[in-house]
Design a protein around this ligand. Sequence first.
Ligand code: ADP
Ligand code: MG
Length: 621
Amino acid sequence: EAGAEEFAFQTEVSRVMNIIINSLYKTKEIFLRELISNASDAVDKVRFLGITDKAVLQDNAYLNITIEADPASRWLTIQDSGIGMTKAELKKNLGTIAKSGTADFISAVEKNKDELGLIGQFGVGFYSAFLVADRVQVISKHPSDPVQHVWESTDASKFTLAEDPSGNTLGRGTRIRLHLKDDATEFLDQTKLRELVKKYSEFVQFPIYLRTTKTVEVEAEEPETPAADAADAAEKKDEEAKEDKPVDDEMVVEDAPDAAKADAAGDKKAKTVSEEVVDWEQVNVNKPIWLRSAADVPTEDYNAFFKAYFNDADDPAAHIHFKGEGGSDFKSLLFIPRRPPNNMFQADPQSFIRNIKLFVRRVFITDELIDFLPRYLSFIKGVIDSDDFPLNVSRETVQQTRLLKVIKNKVVSKTLQMFKTLARNATSYEPLYKAYASNLKAGILEDTRNAKKLTQLLRFHSTGAPVADDGRTYMTSLDDYVERMRKGQQGIYFLTGNDLDQMRKSPYLEALTTRGYEVLLMDESLDEYVTQSVTEFDGVKLINVGKGKLTFGDEDDAAKSAEKELADEFQPLTTWLTEQFKDTVDKTLVSNRLTTTPCALIAAEGGWTGRMQEIMEAQKA
Ligand code: ADP
Ligand code: MG
């Protein structure tokens, strides 16, 4: 194009684009979700600005998104009346990306090509347009730039920027035009487009209109003549040029295309002719799912919403849909994803903030609530729709409110309730528990208010967990352990370590298992900390079998004097051993904790177990 400037893409963009252009990823349709999500973000920005600055809305009165396909020329257009981009923003936003986003995206796709579907999460969703298009144009008008510009690219190396020769036609917003590749023409089909918008974007809060055409039979007027045809065609062109974008609830009716009229003209006897009617059909008409009554929403709908709204490939493990009342009125829908994010305790807290979307009376306010949920629950995804905040509450001030704290406490307790319900089914809970065990344990350490509830959610391997109906042995809860305790048993015995097989052979277990006592086998490093914090459960002491002096509850006088006799008899040996190992061992004793093993190292009551020492060493390294 004349006057267009050419720019090279930043290397990171080229790398991402090459992956996309050459990808064999099958689910190309996700490009539409990404472009609609960008459009929705842009419209939301304008809505938010418009609350305080009415002027930005004057350039274009509507807040909506339109989709239009032209099968003949193979162009697909997605347009929004959002904030738009200035020339500088077009160059920056669609030409550069943060290095971390690129690296994360590339390594995720290299590991598993299906991760390409999660492209939006890496902040490079726009480039998914190149899954289906060989030429992409972005026409944009921002309120603060007097000129409308056209960005265009056909390959991974470069793009062009030019003033739009048609002038300022948008008023405000962005039009994305995709010239579809040979193998992507299905996305020109209105039925397909409607299905995809419903699938991915039904819950976008601004109306999404799809330009649909429908052929209807209407009564024939006077027979057509070629001259009338030509006049009609000219008129039609004219109309097309000024065709208005949809106005909410209105319908635009166009004249029949020439072909249809010519057909009718050929058949003089026909009383009716086919006429093509154009409709801007609003596709996302459903009430937001969280405002529907929970009793009316089938689980499949919740699952579909979760996957579409939070870009997740799997169904969630659980959802809870509830109303908060008293103190703060709000509706909420929360989900536990099946898989927690990788390395969640090392990850940047910023990467979780998008998980909770705050609305005020259906209007999206923010998904950047920092520290809204405690860190250990930051994997929870969901929507909160409050009736109490003012609509123009800002992202910053909302954080400070007491109202938000009330909501937070409710959300935490509902989340724990979800886990509690899930925990009733041992078969399905165990894999989920394993995925989130570190979170629940971290919660015990951080959230003392909910420590008891969290402790009830823990599951441990054990020497005594019964075999279930399905023939398997499940990890046990503390409640079930306490239920199975023997008469006279002094407490909940547990052993810490890092290798279950070795732990099962541990000499520490001998004296307990011979008495029929069950021992929990705690094989996670966090267990060392948890058991320092949770010292009793339901009034029953937790006893570390690798520490201090153990009592078994069957120590009668005879046993005690027998033990005393043995201690006396072996006193020369124990004194000698204590002396021999005085640099490494505190003291050597005759003990009742072993039955077949001759000796074992035991930590002092207040000291570190072997496992704890390993952990501390590992942390030093
Ligand atoms: P993300 O949406 O995660 O930021 P994208 O690659 O999807 O990443 O988009 C990159 C950026 O381009 C957006 O952050 C936004 O600034 C800009 N952008 C994309 N589409 C639009 C649009 N329709 N209107 C305004 N800005 C847009
Ligand atoms: Mg995006």
